[in-house]
Design a protein around this ligand. Structure first.
Ligand code: ADE
Length: 249
């Protein structure tokens, strides 16, 4: 997958070179190009923004450097995201959708944003990472790239964890434990040692459903609206937990 990020602050993307994403780049699974919009400004002072028409605080990215940078990277007719608190909030479904793309582009704005003509003329898709305001789109772009990249086959060391995730997709994750079996009198739940994978799975499913019902009833509602092939035991667990929590009307 190729992702081209257009930004006035390319240095902010240095962390993407490390860890799992750096390895994905080395393995040829992921190609992240970071382009400095400032390199495309025709202004002799290398300015890329100006004061807003109509007044108000802050600066707005001017069309010229953005248009020229987008043309130079070949974004014409391609999927271009603009990181902005005005867009729909990034979720796992959008991440899955983007993971199926061979290539997409991300524009990062700052201060009061970008001239609306950039968004309109290039048919940009606005994407938010949550209902709060960041100083710019760079951190949001990194969040998006991170969560999309890990869905590309081969990027994570093992695909087992992704399969697990898809079984429970839409539910919060059950609690995990590791060695030692007991620590300062705190024991790991017995069921995890009985070697019965069906029982372990049912315990994990119950914990996932319970956590989701308690903390994110909105997610549980969505999960239950999707088609699922629940086993008899899973259905029983669902009914029990729903009765217990009475979180879904
Ligand atoms: N830019 C500023 N705030 C943002 C947010 N919450 N999501 C995406 N981009 C942003």
């Amino acid at each position: 997958m190729k992702v081209t990020i257009l930004t006035q602050f390319p240095d902010m993307f240095a962390p993407l070179a490390g860890s799992i994403l750096g390895r994905a780049a080395d393995n040829g699974l992921l190609d992240i190009a970071v382009v400095n919009i400032r390199d495309y400004t025709a202004d002799k002072h290398r300015k890329t923004d100006d004061t807003p028409f109509g007044g108000g605080a802050g600066m707005v990215m001017t069309p010229q450097p953005a248009f020229d940078a987008l043309r130079a990277v070949g974004a014409q007719g391609k999927r271009i995201l603009y990181m902005s608190p005005r867009g729909p909030i990034l979720d796992q479904a959008l991440a899955q959708d983007l993971a199926g793309e061979e290539e997409f582009f991300i524009l990062c704005g700052h201060y009061e944003g970008v001239d609306q003509r950039i968004l309109d003329a290039w048919r940009m898709e606005e994407v938010s990472i949550g209902d709060y305001i960041l100083t710019g789109g760079e951190l949001a772009a990194m969040v998006l790239v991170d969560c999309v990249s890990r869905l590309i086959p081969g990027v994570l060391g093992s695909s087992v964890s992704l399969e697990e995730e898809s079984i429970y997709s839409g539910l919060l994750e059950y609690p995990q434990y590791t060695k030692p079996r007991e620590y300062e009198g705190l024991a790991v739940p017995e069921v995890l040692f009985n070697g019965n994978h069906r029982l372990i799975h049912l315990w994990q499913f119950e914990e996932s459903v319970r956590l989701t019902a308690q903390r994110r009833p909105d997610l549980l509602k969505k999960f239950l609206q999707q088609p699922h092939d629940f086993t008899k035991d899973e259905k029983k667990i669902l009914e029990k937990v729903l009765q217990e929590t009475q979180s879904i009307e």
